[in-house]
Design a protein around this ligand. Structure first.
Ligand code: ARG
Length: 588
């Protein structure tokens, strides 16, 4: 469906041309003076320079021609040359009725759908998930859903950190503790034992211990580096151990992501890229893209226009070991082979920006992708506590994701039991749903690149710009629809009538903007635009609700019309929160 602004622009363009002016001046914007009008066109001001005429004269000419259109109930020229417009309520209503009948709620699918890989989550195997991984998961999941809604083929890849030093550290520590395990037998050739010799909680204790020791003990660290290299070179026992670490760790990660309603299509990781490294390295050398610099293999990636120096992209260290760059480049090669994507989007902490500049430039320069393959970095800021420092537990430790979720759920549970009608098990489930909205909306309503303060009190509030407020609004609509159903009537039947009052029209105007929000939010990789849209929409709905006696209306035709409006508001709100990655309960 055409966007409502495009419908208006079509009329305004005709009016400009009919008055002898270029149609390029016919841009329409949402009014910044809602007290005066709903939409405005400021083109007469720009046209004045071209035609050497007073803007108000041009505006008057154009308005004269618009008068014949039925899209507007009001169009007037205002000094110094604004064209102020109000939509004809009849037109607005027919637009919304069409929207309601449209299976994608008026949002057009992409004309040429793209294959897009989103690299998000990025947890490190054997290390517990912490809140830093939360943002990547939340933002990436939302982008994935937005892309799909617009008709693209989107593949989500968790891209595990499963190949680095943490693996060597765990191997080293385990070897100290249980040297008798078969993994450490140099001559070991057999299959690996069926049972892993550790649980996830043990793993999570082993890693920090090993990491701590390596910082104090140089020999220990060298052992871990050596173990990492041997693992990467294929030492059999270490590979077997690695598989166990993976099994135990991934099962736990899956459980955690499920709680967050975050779902990956691919559970690939750095290790999967490893087999692509030798050929890629040979190619980079043969084609002359890479050269040796003090023993290390590097690709120069600086460009003349750089404001600050971008160091070369290191491919191999002087001892031949691969690096984070190497696995990311090899992953690009792998993805091109497997999926031939049009775009790869990386949702990663913005402190890794330099790494991605180097990797992207190197990939482009060495033609590891097609020329038109897009590589995008969505760098997000830090989630801070109220003290402005990275979010910590009350005791000052690293806040683990599981703990954060359960703290929020407890808080929500308390509020729900105190204030609301749901009880018992229902209250628990409801608290989980609302809790998730608090976390996700709290995150997504901020521009991704900005740091933000995770404020439990504010995020879990039912008032203000929060997830619970949005859910509360949806539940309010659902309960009205439910009562209507109890009257024996079908909320899915009938049509909307033109707005009966100002708050109803305001709600209708918000709804009609839905299709102009989603595509730009996806293009700009900006879920926060969906948040600010639904906040406005929820406010518009609540004002309408407070001024209108919906169910007690005696006028059945009017009542049906309002119910239809509520159905549309519910559908738009529920679609939006689904794109943000959470859902609303039936009651709360
Ligand atoms: N595992 C990395 C980390 O925790 C994030 C991975 C991001 N994705 C990527 N392709 N490098 O920092």
């Amino acid at each position: 469906m055409k966007k409502i602004i495009e419908c208006m622009e079509a009329v305004i363009k005709d009016a400009f041309t009919a008055s002898g002016y270029d149609e390029k001046f016919a841009r329409v914007n949402v009014s910044n003076r809602p007290d005066l009008c709903e939409y405005q066109c400021n083109g007469a001001m720009a046209a004045a320079k071209t035609y050497k005429k007073a803007p108000i004269m041009i505006a008057n000419d154009v308005v004269g021609k618009i008068k014949e259109s039925n899209i507007f109930s009001q169009a007037e020229a205002v000094n110094p040359g604004f064209i102020n417009m109000k939509l004809n309520p009849e037109f607005l209503t027919s637009y919304l009725n069409d929207m309601q009948a449209d299976e994608n709620l008026s949002v057009e699918k992409a004309e040429s759908p793209k294959t897009i890989i989103i690299d998000y989550g990025g947890p490190n195997v054997a290390k517990p998930l912490h809140v830093g991984h939360l943002r990547s998961a939340i933002i990436g999941e939302s982008l994935k859903r937005m892309g799909r809604f617009l008709g693209h083929r989107v593949i989500g890849d968790v891209h595990l950190g499963d190949w680095g030093l943490q693996m060597g550290l765990i191997i080293t520590e385990l070897k100290k503790r249980s040297p008798e395990l078969v993994y450490f037998d140099q001559t070991y050739e057999g299959e690996y034992p069926a049972e892993a010799p550790f649980t996830v909680s043990e793993l999570e204790e082993i890693y920090p211990t090993a990491s701590g020791r390596s910082k104090e003990d140089e020999a220990y660290k060298n052992e871990a580096l050596e173990a990492t290299l041997e693992l990467q070179q294929g030492r059999r026992g270490y590979r077997a151990l690695w598989k166990h670490i993976m099994e135990v760790s991934v099962a736990d990660l899956k459980k955690n992501y499920e709680k967050l309603h975050v779902d990956f299509d691919l559970w690939k990781g750095e290790a999967d890229a490893d087999p692509y490294i030798p050929d890629m390295v040979a190619y980079l050398k043969d084609k002359g893209y890479a050269h040796l610099d003090q023993g290390a293999l590097v690709v120069d990636v600086k460009e003349e226009s750089d404001a600050k120096e971008i160091p070369p992209c290191m491919i191999l260290k002087s001892d031949g070991a691969s690096l984070y760059n190497t696995t990311d480049l090899a992953t690009i090669v792998q993805r091109m082979e497997d999926y031939h994507p049009d775009e790869m989007i990386y949702v990663v902490d913005k402190r890794q920006e330099l790494h991605f500049i180097q990797v992207f430039r190197c990939a482009k320069k060495a033609k590891l992708t097609e020329d038109d393959t897009q590589l995008a970095f969505v760098g997000f800021g830090t989630m801070n506590g109220k003290d402005g420092k990275p979010f910590k537990t009350r005791e000052g430790g690293v806040m683990r994701l599981e703990r954060l979720i359960s703290e929020i759920n407890e808080e929500m549970y308390k509020k729900i039991v105190e204030n609301r009608s749901v009880k018992g098990d229902d209250a628990k489930k409801t608290a989980e749903m609302v809790g998730l909205s608090a976390i996700k909306y709290g995150d997504l309503s901020n521009q991704a690149s900005k740091d933000y303060v995770f404020d439990v009190e504010r995020f879990t509030s039912f008032e203000g710009n929060t997830g619970p407020y949005i859910l509360y609004t949806i539940v309010r609509i659902k309960s009205i629809l439910e009562r209507y159903r109890e009257e024996g009537k079908d909320p899915e039947a009938g049509k909307m009538l033109p707005a009966a009052n100002a708050s109803e029209k305001a709600l209708m105007l918000e709804l009609s903007r839905f299709n102009s929000v989603i595509a730009p939010a996806f293009e700009e990789k900006a879920p926060h635009k969906i948040c600010s849209y639904i906040y406005d929409l929820a406010n518009a709905f609540n004002s309408f609700y407070h001024e209108t006696k919906i169910l007690s209306s005696e006028d059945e035709v009017q009542k049906t019309s309002w119910i239809r409006l509520l159905v549309l508001a519910r559908d738009v709100l529920e679609t939006c929160i689904d794109l943000l990655g959470f859902e609303a309960p039936e009651r709360m």
